[in-house]
Design a protein around this ligand. Structure first.
Ligand SMILES: Nc1ncnc2c1ncn2[C@@H]1O[C@H](COP(=O)(O)OP(=O)(O)OP(=O)(O)O)[C@@H](O)[C@H]1O
Ligand SMILES: [Mg+2]
Length: 333
């Protein structure tokens, strides 16, 4: 992937707030990132750090209210998805951007056959006839490794195992040959071997189809194995992002360091789930005016309480939002 290529997706200062009875929850705070053609961006961060809300905000999947997307730009080529009319968004979702979210709103519908659910985007976005969509659905099920594909079109989701259902969801997400695939790791843990098979499948599909992928996971071993670049989220913000090798070799943010310290043998590990690190997650009910990680940080100093750090470059394609790191860089320069 050429360094200077235009990103397929370019997100700037995305901001999503939930209005709740207890006040506003600032779930996504000025999140910026980009995705290059064909690249796999891994997203990590503890539970509640804003990974899913960020991705759902991008493609207008959050009901508003209670969500309120307050600002930002989400450029897909030259369309800003944030301000695009609803019909443009409907034309993009499932066509130019495929997604697999482990959320009841977007997962398989138990009352329809798997075949009809794969055929729906094909008929809607590609204008296929029923016969054409059926053939393409068979192809797609074969592509994701489901045996007896033609027969299985008539099955209902409950007749598939968890791993097979995940393959079906990937088939639906890939149906219209999207430029971008967003995959949110299942919260209900699948068997380790099945996860490994799904990963192999995604690696293989990426080679075959060449789409860019955003992969959200709690598993650092997965990130080490498949990502080109990694984005670390904390308290609704991106606190660090770097090429994968760089992130593992030179983690900068104290949160990233804490995460990586909990993984003993990273690259060889089949499962290296994010461990819970000490301390409380940040309270998101106010707009951040200080560093969100300060209460858990061993390097905290006055500036961390006074000012939310902005992301600054610390290497080629590597940036970090931390006063302590930036100070140390200056000191060593
Ligand atoms: N409907 C909602 N109303 C209020 N707050 C919400 C709502 N949905 C999400 N949030 C809050 O937004 C924040 C980010 O949640 P999000 O689901 O994006 O986290 P996540 O990083 O995907 O976590 P996980 O790893 O557990 O999937 C959390 O604090 C969550 O409580
Ligand atoms: Mg999530």
């Amino acid at each position: 992937m050429p360094d200077g290529a235009l990103p397929v997706l370019d997100v700037k200062d995305l901001k999503t707030v939930f209005r709740t009875r207890g006040g506003e929850v600032h779930a996504v705070n000025n999140v910026s990132f980009h995705l290059q053609p064909g690249e796999l961006l891994g997203v990590v961060g503890e539970s509640g750090s804003g990974k899913s809300v960020t991705m759902m905000s991008l493609i207008g999947l959050l009901p508003q209210p209670p969500a309120d997307i307050r600002g930002g730009q989400v450029m897909l080529g030259d369309i800003d998805l944030r301000t695009a009319p609803a019909e443009v968004l409907r034309g993009v979702r499932g066509k130019r951007i495929g997604f697999v979210f482990q959320d009841p709103m977007t997962s398989l519908n138990p009352v329809f056959t798997v075949g009809s659910q794969i055929m729906e985007p094909l008929r809607l976005h590609m204008g296929m006839t029923k016969a054409q969509a059926t053939e393409r659905a068979v192809e797609l099920l074969e592509l994701v490794g489901i045996p007896d594909a033609r027969k299985r079109l008539k099955s209902y989701p409950h007749q598939f195992s968890g791993g097979m259902r995940q393959r079906v969801m990937i088939a639906i997400a890939l149906a219209c040959d999207p430029e971008v695939l967003i995959a949110d790791e299942p919260t209900t843990a699948l068997d380790v071997t099945i996860q490994a098979q799904i990963l192999e499948l995604v690696k293989d599909l990426r080679k075959k189809l060449g789409m860019a992928i955003i992969w959200i996971t709690h598993d650092l071993g997965v990130i080490a194995g498949i990502a080109d670049r990694v984005m670390v989220m904390y308290g609704g913000q991106v606190v660090e992002q770097a090429p994968v090798k760089d992130l593992f070799a030179r983690p900068q943010h104290p949160y990233t360091r804490a995460l990586l310290k909990t993984v003993p043998h990273l690259t060889g590990a089949r499962q290296a789930r994010l461990q819970v690190i000490e301390g409380q997650p940040p309270i998101l009910t106010a707009h951040p005016t200080a560093c969100a990680f300060r209460a858990r940080c061993t390097h905290r100093f006055e500036r961390c309480d006074a000012e939310n750090p902005l992301r600054r470059p610390v290497g080629h394609g590597h940036d970090v939002a931390c006063h302590w790191v930036v100070n140390a860089e200056v000191a060593h320069a």
